[in-house]
Design a protein around this ligand. Structure first.
Ligand code: RTP
Ligand code: MG
Length: 169
């Protein structure tokens, strides 16, 4: 399992409350994503603020934090080739009114704030978000990834096997 093919996704409170979790998970699987982790999470205020820290200066930041703590979310670690880009394509652009037909936000989003799902916007942010929410996912310190000694194939039932482009499978 290669790190570059992992992303972090969330089914946001609006879609969970509307009982769309199952339908969205079905779409995830039908589109070839492997679900590596799935957990219902209730964000505490400080975790939500940390999760969205990069948006702190944006005018919608408080509204965003208030929304994400307003009810449970389904947090997911997803695996597919080029997962970050593949998941962003499947969910569509931020505003559901502008999202392409067939995308998850077009189908389930209600507004720019209540847009059903989240997706990491880059490889680096995916790793940060995965580490923040699924602290057990990586059995090595991500800061040490350059080291060859992390290419272990052990424990692949519990954790992500860390390997480079030569990784098999
Ligand atoms: P996400 O992080 O949820 O996958 O969404 P995104 O990358 O498409 O959008 P981003 O700029 O990261 O914004 C995070 C979330 O903030 C809400 N938002 N509200 N009122 C507004 O103008 C506004 N702009 C963004 C959205 O719910 C967006 O998903
Ligand atoms: Mg974003």
């Amino acid at each position: 399992m290669e790190l570059k093919n992992l992303t972090f996704a969330m089914i946001k409170p609006d879609a969970v409350t509307a009982h769309n979790t199952g339908k969205i998970i079905d779409i995830i699987e039908q589109n070839g994503f492997e679900i590596v982790r799935l957990q219902k999470v209730i964000f505490a205020q400080d975790l939500a603020e940390e999760f969205y820290a990069s948006l702190k200066e944006r005018p919608f930041y408080k509204e965003l934090v208030d929304f994400i703590i307003s009810g449970p979310v389904i947090a997911l670690a997803l695996y597919k080739e080029n997962a970050v880009e593949a998941w962003r394509t499947l969910i569509g652009v931020t505003n559901p009114a502008e999202a392409a037909p067939g995308t998850i936000r077009h189908t389930f989003g209600k507004s720019i704030g209540q847009n059903a799902v989240h997706g990491s916007d880059s490889y680096d942010n995916a790793l940060n978000e995965l580490e923040l929410i699924f602290s057990d996912l990586f059995q090595v310190d991500l800061d040490d990834l350059d080291s060859d000694e992390n290419d272990s194939e052990e424990d692949d039932e519990c954790c992500v096997e860390i390997c480079d482009d030569s990784c098999n499978g």
